[in-house]
Design a protein around this ligand. Structure first.
Ligand code: GLP
Length: 245
């Protein structure tokens, strides 16, 4: 695992965007695995800047997102589909037909999940997967569990995740209680993983995930087994591991 230290959120975002940008330059028709949450917003802003400067061309890029709330339609401004359009897709020259987010509007969970697994398979594989990190060590919406889930599945969101994400909704009661998420096996099959993390509230999750035991109760800990993981974090997020990286 490679740890890249950044002094603050801006620097973390720039460094992460440089890594994703390099992937696009080296392989213009690459498959990007993308993430939502507040952490990658700055990374997307830097990618948009790179596009505006003429350094990045998204026209041949395909993207697959990690997860989506079950029950939210695409036009719901809290959906991850909406998030991706707002923060990235509408601001660069990516072909929308080549962007994929699990479809939260499909009620039948099995149908929604198998359809998405097929989509990911058909892309030929993710070249680089961007990830954030939940306070309880979740990645995508893979919550702490008894076992690592394989493919796309429907999850019940944990109380702490609902609370953390309530800030984006009018009230906690409005936060959907379920989501469709890529599984751990799918995430682990990406050729490269890039995880971004910032803030003191994530320091414990960082330590448990990358220096603790590998176990499904801390889903991100499985990343210790991936051959090509880069973690870009700010000083606060790395506070508990600073002497080990
Ligand atoms: C959400 C998302 C994750 C994200 C995590 C952390 O639940 N499903 O993909 O990494 O929470 O979010 P944030 O970056 O806002 O702390």
């Amino acid at each position: 695992m490679k740890f890249i230290k950044a002094k603050d959120y801006q620097e973390m975002s720039r460094k992460a965007a440089n890594i994703l940008g390099a992937q696009i330059v080296l392989k213009p028709d690459c498959v990007l695995g993308l993430a939502t949450g507040s952490t990658p917003i700055g990374t997307y802003e830097c990618l948009v800047e790179g596009y505006k400067k003429g350094d990045l061309d998204f026209s041949k890029v395909t993207s697959v997102n990690l997860d989506e709330y079950r029950g939210l339609q695409h036009d719901n401004d809290q959906s991850y589909y909406y998030f991706m359009n707002y923060h990235l897709f509408s601001k660069v020259n990516i072909d929308l037909a080549n962007t994929y987010v699990p479809d939260g509007s499909i009620e039948d969970a099995q149908e929604a999940c198998s359809k998405y697994d097929e989509i990911v398979r058909a892309t030929g594989g993710v070249d680089i997967q961007l990830l954030g990190l939940g306070h309880n060590g979740h990645i995508g919406f893979n919550e702490p569990a008894d076992a690592f889930a394989k493919g796309t599945h429907c999850v019940d969101l944990s109380e702490s995740t609902i609370e953390a994400n309530a800030r984006f909704f009018a009230s906690k009661e409005d936060v959907p209680t379920q989501a469709y998420t890529m599984g751990i096996q799918t995430i682990m099959s990406a050729k490269k993983i890039l995880l971004v993390v910032n803030g003191a509230s994530k320091a414990e999750a960082v330590e448990k995930s990358f220096f603790g035991e590998i176990r499904p109760e801390v889903p991100a800990s499985i990343l210790q087994l991936h051959p090509d993981v880069t973690i870009v974090g700010d000083e606060e997020a790395f506070a508990r591991i600073a002497d080990r990286i």
